[in-house]
Write a protein that binds this ligand. Structure first.
Ligand SMILES: [Zn+2]
Length: 113
């Protein structure tokens, strides 16, 4: 399950940020997740709860903000919106798509105490 590895690296970022701000506890984390990433948000929340146990982020609320996906469609010659990886172009139905946005993942903000 690769969400576990992602949760661990997320925790590292969160802990480093919290320590840099002399925080004793992290109460919430806002994570931006692209709609076309290979990360399943429920699995990630579950894994994060598990890896955060015993850390300053234990019990922190994880808010996942989904970013829309976008791809370049070769037949259309323009950018089109995509809901999910593997979906065809909504305009022409082609699969000749190159993802340009929506596969990123980033810790946007944390709430500390
Ligand atoms: Zn198209």
């Amino acid at each position: 399950m690769h969400e576990m590895a992602i949760a661990e690296s997320m925790l590292e970022i969160v802990e480093a940020t919290a320590r840099g701000n002399a925080a004793v506890r992290v109460s919430a984390i806002w994570l931006e997740l692209g709609a076309l990433s290979h990360v399943e948000s429920h699995a990630l929340t579950f894994c994060f709860d598990a890896v955060a146990r015993g850390s300053l982020a234990e019990g922190a609320r994880l808010e996942i903000v989904t970013l829309p996906g976008e791809a370049w469609c070769m037949p259309c010659g323009e950018r089109v919106g995509l809901q999910r990886r593997g979906d065809p172009c909504p305009r022409c139905g082609s699969h000749q798509l190159e993802v340009v946005r929506g596969d990123e993942m980033r810790v946007k903000e944390i709430a500390i105490a």
